[in-house]
Design a protein around this ligand. Structure first.
Ligand code: ATP
Length: 210
């Protein structure tokens, strides 16, 4: 029996930008996922500082970004938990929610590859779902050979088989926050509703000049 495929896309989304949306849509179509669930993290265990925008603002921006997108959902599961969000725990939650007949694909950008060995229980994570690495502008095409000592050949092969060749979109939340703060243009980097929300709340030091 063919399993239903569900794509899970975690991140800080501080703010959610065009890059997230474009690669998520391409990935959803490539793996034929019946839906894509965006899962904002409370605090990334590997990022030194927490998100700049509060949980509610990040959630609100995600809602505005996907309100017109087919088969996109948002889950506040990680925001409701205390402390850092460990992907392996989140995947267990969604596996329970969707049942064993669902194949879960956890999407990450290629910028995460070097950090993968530091992820909490990463071996278990790779074994229990498809960790699907997407291309990211400014980063090498996914290459897992350097991780073989830590993860073992079988897991490396699984990662390599689940690469998703997404379009390159040269946008990052860090760059957007910096631009907004300096009053520089962010044209074409954000969904219109998200941009208007940022301006209306003056997030990231933005003023109406941006
Ligand atoms: P920051 O600049 O603050 O690190 P970010 O732009 O990387 O933020 P995150 O919310 O941290 O955004 O990213 C969530 C996930 O989306 C990560 O797996 C990241 O690799 C991926 N991602 C973000 N932007 C892109 C992009 N332009 N292309 C491909 N993947 C992306």
């Amino acid at each position: 029996m063919t399993k239903r495929v569900i794509a899970l896309f975690g991140g800080t989304f501080d703010p959610v930008h065009i890059g997230h949306i474009k690669v998520a849509r391409a990935a959803r179509d490539y793996i034929k996922a019946e839906k894509l669930v965006l899962i904002p993290a409370k605090q990334s265990p590997l990022k030194r500082s927490g998100p700049v925008a509060c949980d509610n603002d990040r959630l609100e921006m995600l809602s505005l970004a996907v309100s017109d997108k087919r088969n996109f959902e948002i889950s506040d599961y990680e925001l409701r938990k205390d402390g850092p969000s460990y992907t392996v725990e989140t995947v267990k939650h969604f596996q329970k929610l969707y049942g064993e007949d669902a194949l879960l694909c956890w999407l990450i950008g290629a910028d995460n590859i070097d950090d993968l060995p530091k992820w909490y229980k990463v071996e278990q994570l790779i074994d229990m779902c498809n960790v699907s690495v997407m291309y990211r502008s400014g980063f090498e095409r996914p290459d897992f050979d350097k991780l073989s000592e830590k993860l073992g050949q079988k897991r490396i092969e699984k990662l390599a088989n689940n690469i998703i060749p997404t379009p390159l979109v040269d946008v990052s939340s860090t760059d957007i926050r910096r631009r907004l703060c300096r009053g520089e243009s962010v044209a074409g980097m954000l969904e219109k509703g998200v941009y208007e929300y940022i301006l209306s709340k003056g997030l990231y030091g933005a003023s109406s000049k941006s």
